[in-house]
Design a protein around this ligand. Structure first.
Ligand SMILES: C[S@@+](CC[C@H](N)C(=O)[O-])C[C@H]1O[C@@H](n2cnc3c(N)ncnc32)[C@H](O)[C@@H]1O
Length: 275
């Protein structure tokens, strides 16, 4: 598995190697029937990559960056430690992790979509953490890292997109060190009916319109509310993380319940579950 180089050639090679063929049950997504989910998701993020950051900021009124900072705080990293950000996209969480671990530490941002990661190195250099973060093409379903490699593993707005959520968490649990933390940021549905109604209206109607206007790819932003609708609610996600091997799993809701941050710990004794 090669690391990022300036021309992105190694990443491109890795991308084809790691874009695996997963077949999942028929989801009613536009254009979905001709492709499997991994290919569909990869193609979609390739299309929207150039405008991803801009649409995200607009869509969440800038709240997304605050949520990412909370993810990093919850990872509880110390200077000199190693962290992995799975499905890092344009790398915002990875960059924030790098500030946490400092120049003696190491952060890997991995994703299976090369185009999403392309802005990462320049963003890292601009933020003064270019030497700390490495971007790497990797499928979340089979992470190319040895077991017990990182003090913490994070992931943001990605679990909606994978073909098997439990397997993705099993992989994160495998590569984190015993006692290390796995932190996940994802969308959720507000609990209060009136807020949920407003949220759904915004997510189902305004977001696709905004996304289409800015990125020119309406399909991708129709997929977004669709994938959120199909995503397990926070309590169920907690159980999935526990089944994947994590202990002390807890979560908190943010943005009036529009986002959830889940946290789990890898048991110190292999196979032991503290619940
Ligand atoms: C909504 S973006 C989130 C990016 C970033 N984590 C953030 O907080 O903005 C979802 C990312 O998940 C990546 N992704 C989806 N499925 C993946 C998989 N199986 N393996 C690796 N990356 C995946 C996509 O390529 C995309 O970059």
């Amino acid at each position: 598995m090669a690391f990022y180089n300036k021309k992105g050639t190694n990443l491109k090679k890795d991308l084809t190697e790691t874009t695996v063929k997963h077949v999942i049950s028929a989801e009613k997504l536009p254009g979905f029937r001709q492709e499997n989910k991994a290919q569909y998701v990869n193609r979609m993020f390739t299309q929207i990559a150039p405008t991803y950051d801009r649409v995200n900021r607009l869509m969440t009124f800038g709240l997304d960056q605050g949520w990412r900072k909370t993810v990093v705080a919850e990872a509880r990293l110390k200077a000199g430690e190693r962290a992995l950000d799975v499905a890092t996209g344009t790398g915002d969480i990875a960059l924030a992790l790098a500030h946490q671990v400092g120049s003696r530490g190491k952060v890997v941002g991995s994703d299976f979509c090369l185009e999403m990661m392309l802005p990462g190195p320049a963003k890292a250099a601009k933020a003064g953490v270019g030497g700390i973060v490495q971007f790497m093409a990797a499928d979340a379903m089979r992470l190319p890292f040895a077991s017990n490699s990182f003090e913490a593993v994070t992931t943001g707005f990605a679990m909606r997109n994978v073909t098997d959520i439990e397997r993705a968490f099993s992989e994160m649990c495998r590569v984190v060190k015993p006692g290390g933390r796995v932190v996940c940021l994802e969308v959720a549905r507000p609990r209060w009916a009136i807020i949920r109604w407003g949220h759904q209206l915004y997510f189902n109607r305004i977001v696709p319109m905004l996304g289409r206007l800015i990125s020119g790819h309406g399909e991708a932003y129709t997929y977004l509310p669709e994938s959120a609708r199909n995503f397990p609610p926070p309590e169920e996600l907690k159980r999935i993380m526990e089944r994947a091997g994590l202990t002390q799993v807890s979560y908190r809701l943010y943005g009036l319940g529009a986002a959830a941050i889940h946290l789990g710990v890898k048991p110190s004794t292999p196979g032991r579950r503290d619940f």
